[in-house]
Design a protein around this ligand. Sequence first.
Ligand code: NZQ
Ligand code: ZN
Length: 385
Amino acid sequence: MLNFELYNPTQLIFGKGQIEKLNTLIPQGTKILLAYGGGSIFKNGIHQQVIENLKGYEIVEFGGIEPNPHFETLMKAVEVIKAEKIDFILAVGGGSVIDGVKFISAAVNFNGNPIDILQKRILIKENAMPFGTILTLPATGSEMNSGYVVTIKATQEKLAAGGSALFPKFSICDPTVIQSLPKRQLENGVVDAFTHVMEQYLTYPHDGYLQDRIAEGILQTLIEVGPKVVEHPEDYALASNFMWCCTMALNGLIQKGVPSDWATHMIGHELTALYNIDHARTLAIIGPNLYRVLFEAKKAKLAQYGKRIFNLSGSEEEIAKEAIEKTVAFFHQMGMDTQLSQYTDDYSKTADFIVKRFEERGWKGLGENQQVTLEKVKSIVELSY
Ligand code: NZQ
Ligand code: ZN
């Protein structure tokens, strides 16, 4: 097992009715920026619950953080925070609102041009504005990690960054909030969390036995509850397991002491930036083709995955190949289209465009062994057309 340090200061408050604890989590007298997205929290009653549980606090609202949050929008919130002398940010939403708030928290006290935080991927280790979250969409794990992804609209770049100062102080995860989610977002959540586990698991055999077993437990649970929860989001057993899987998939735990990949995400982010395809759907397009192109390097782990997750038998080669097909079948079952041409007609230059961008950024070798070269990126994207 590789050496590791584990630091995760987020206080997670999980379960039904837990939004009521909000006023015990933020000191009285704090001036709060209440940040949210396009308005779903008004339709499902979460906004009202939040306001009721924050009586006596001074609150300034900032709505309109869009899916795949824009740098340009978030900078408006930074201005509001400075003008209103805000002390604390409360993010109420899915991954986009929480990620957006992480960037706002980083940018408020940043000494320099905040766009550099994204473009130069500056780690924020201090001086961030404290924030908490109320999760409304299980998917990203952003409620319990310190990473975020922000889109610069002007340049059509979708960039990931983070830093140890950007963990939420607390996150309230009430599984009943998923009842108002459109089916498409529930499907996205299952596939995003599934792929988060795959990024940290599907590399090569190593001696992080426990990490593998935890990862496999999350994958099996998502396969068990995923197809059912999209039909029955009101079922608390399904909803709570789904939500906990999503958090556990990306709160840092399964990544400790083992190699990880993340190339599917890096390529997927480009598809969202170019075509505005939902994050999870870009992963369903790219993931299986990355496993195909990297087949020799990933064969042994694919075979372990095939045996333990899908009970496959045969030679290592046969199991590994079949495991990819089973993964695609699961994504289809979860409502995903898995070819780029099903989302856009304008795909013929995508591979060249992405390769050029990666080259400009100096990303010449992604993945667990830096073996996802620019040539392989091209093959993966072309195979995804
Ligand atoms: O904006 P509102 O009106 O709230 O509507 C949202 C949005 O339209 C809606 N929604 C959220 N909760 C709802 C709801 N509708 C009804 N009922 C509810 N309870 O769902 C839509 C999508 O929301 P969004 O936050 O964009 O989805 P998601 O949570 O999937 O987040 C995606 C973003 O997270 C990033 C992605 O790249 C993408 O930008 N990621 C962040 C990660 C991280 N921080 O660790 C890791 C991930 O890999 C991912 O990259
Ligand atoms: Zn993701």
